[in-house]
Design a protein around this ligand. Structure first.
Ligand SMILES: CC(=O)N[C@H]1[C@@H](OP(=O)(O)OP(=O)(O)OC[C@H]2O[C@@H](n3ccc(=O)[nH]c3=O)[C@H](O)[C@@H]2O)O[C@H](CO)[C@@H](O)[C@@H]1O[C@H](C)C(=O)N[C@@H](C)C(=O)N[C@H](CCC(=O)O)C(=O)O
Length: 511
């Protein structure tokens, strides 16, 4: 794939629509004259405004978008949408539309501006705590092998056909999401795969979007700072599986949350499972696992079956692949066509998802974006299963995010890794020493756990590489493919991939 510079993903040629019609269609309360005003885009970010845009000034946790309305107008915004608090701050010559909840209305307005309801490619949505990005990449790869022009939106990258763009949020704000979908359509995409975070569902980022098939990977401890309890986190995920949002769904029932989702949803559901076969429509049976590939058979209750070999390590990757395959089955693709698409080869490197950065010599070194206890557990078990030598783990816990998972992360490291290097990972505004201490308290509970504390991260990966034998495996969890780290509000350039490669070269292992 060609790599392109990041830019605002929106149509390049967007026919304008009349603001007066928008006001009529949505029965909006407008201050100023909408007649003769033409709208060709919409955004919530003042620095993304293009001439002809509506700037939607949202209230936020840090600031109010209305503060930036003058810059937006300067950049060519033709109207402002905001709430009452925002409108009270404005003194502009362009029309101002006031809504009680502009964030909730954003998707509907963006869909109107970009006409996404009429032009959207077929949309597949993937949610769950872990495995979303991998599943999305695998599904995109299969759709391409099936002959589709595709689009992809994930935490790691966004794709439009062969073009690759960087990501910020996992699921963009509704205005940027509709713009991106319209651009995908403009570029000829007939199918698009979108990773859908819980935050996106809760914060109205997917309003005005309707998925053909939605898929659920799993639910485990993460984001409890946002949701307070697993129950609340689950309810948000369940909200994606409703008739307004999706035609049908595929759910992994290997977690109790998946089982509950399958029971409580109101859309038609197909279930699959690795270890609760008796309860699922499809079963995943793994029959070979090496450090290079995993083979499994996916068998339906009706005896349809597919044999699959994937260039990935671990049962969780077999589960993710099964989800991608079953989303296609649910969408009506024939098993033969899917089998052919698999045989054409699944893209084998997913950025930052157990991505190998070492060469053929020396220890295998992977970087991985996993930052939840469950992600650690799945990946460590997979690596232990296929690694000849020891599994050495490097990780930290991110600051200003769910603190309750840190000791758990430590316990899992102590239980499953042969050796752990505890370090930093995006401390943000927290004290990194205190974060490490919370992890160390968990790890210290495990009898016989071997570990050291090393900071900063570049020293930690070196400490791991120095201790590794040729047959060992090192996995560095957290940063994955991301090329910066967040310290005290500043994004510093930092690449785990490059640091790991450098450490290998310094230790005499050509990467
Ligand atoms: C909790 C959350 O989702 N916050 C998001 C939210 O912030 P906020 O509402 O507090 O906004 P704010 O920063 O106070 O700004 C208010 C408004 O002013 C606008 N503004 C602000 C400054 C300026 O110069 N110009 C301007 O127009 C902003 O665009 C915004 O609309 O709106 C901002 C603008 O879109 C987002 O950047 C911000 O995401 C923050 C960075 C974030 O970390 N979000 C995480 C929690 C998140 O959403 N994560 C999930 C993935 C989780 C996973 O997969 O594990 C995701 O989908 O990415």
């Amino acid at each position: 794939m060609e790599s392109a510079a990041p830019s605002s993903l929106r149509p390049e040629h967007q026919p304008s629509r009349s603001l007066a019609t928008l006001v009529d269609d949505f029965d909006l309360d407008v201050h100023g004259d909408p007649d003769g005003v033409e709208v060709s885009g919409i955004t919530v970010a003042s620095n993304q405004v293009q001439p002809g845009d509506i700037f939607v000034a949202l209230p936020g946790a840090r600031t109010h978008g209305a503060k930036y309305a003058p810059q937006a107008a300067e950049a060519g915004a033709v109207a402002i949408v905001t709430d009452e608090a925002g409108a009270a701050q404005l003194d502009l010559r362009i029309p101002v539309i006031t809504l009680d909840e502009p964030r909730a209305a954003l998707g509907g307005l963006a869909s109107w501006v970009y006409r996404t309801a009429e032009r959207a490619p077929k949309l597949y949505g993937i949610t769950g705590t872990n495995g979303k990005t991998s599943t999305a990449f695998i599904l995109e790869s299969l759709l391409r092998n099936l002959g589709f022009e595709t689009g992809l939106s994930t935490t790691a990258e966004r794709h439009i056909g062969d073009e690759v763009y960087s990501s910020a949020l996992t699921t963009p704000e509704a205005s940027e999401l509709h713009g991106m979908i319209a651009r995908m359509s403009e570029e000829g995409a007939r199918a698009a795969v979108l990773e859908v975070s819980a935050q996106a569902v809760e914060r109205h980022r997917i309003e005005g979007i309707r998925f053909e098939v939605v898929g659920f990977t799993n639910l485990s401890h993460d984001h409890l700072d946002d949701y307070g309890s697993m129950e609340a986190y689950f309810e948000v995920k369940l909200d994606l599986f409703t008739p307004d949002r999706a035609e049908r769904g595929v759910v992994c029932v290997d977690t109790v949350w998946g089982e509950r989702l399958a029971e409580e949803t109101r859309i038609p559901i197909t279930t699959y499972s690795l270890n609760r076969a008796e309860r699922a429509d499809w079963t995943v049976e793994i029959w070979d696992q090496t450090a290079d590939f995993t083979s499994f058979t996916l068998t339906g209750r009706d005896d349809r079956s597919i044999e699959v070999t994937i260039p990935f390590i671990g049962t969780h990757m077999a589960e993710n692949t099964a989800l991608a395959i079953l989303m296609l089955v649910e969408d009506g693709f024939e098993i033969d066509a899917i089998t052919e698409a698999i045989d054409r080869g699944i893209r084998n490197a997913i950025p930052g998802r157990l991505e190998r950065v070492s060469g053929d010599e020396g220890p295998r070194v992977f970087v991985d974006y996993g930052h939840s206890p469950d992600a650690f557990e799945q990946t460590l078990k997979a690596l232990k299963h296929v690694s000849e030598g020891r599994v050495i783990m490097v990780f930290g816990a991110d600051g200003d995010r769910d603190k309750t998972k840190r000791a758990d992360m430590g316990r899992i490291a102590g239980r499953l890794a042969d050796f752990t290097v505890v370090t930093d990972y995006n401390p943000r505004f927290e004290d990194p020493v205190a974060i490490r201490q919370q992890i160390l308290e968990g790890i210290a509970e495990i009898d016989g756990a071997e570990y050291i504390e090393v900071a900063p991260e570049e020293d930690a990966i070196r400490a791991a590489v120095e201790r590794a034998e040729r047959s060992d495996t090192i996995v560095w969890f957290g940063p994955g493919e991301v090329d910066y780290r967040e310290v005290k509000g500043v994004d510093e350039p930092f690449s785990a991939r490059e640091e790991a490669r450098r450490a290998l070269i310094e230790a005499g292992w050509p990467a």
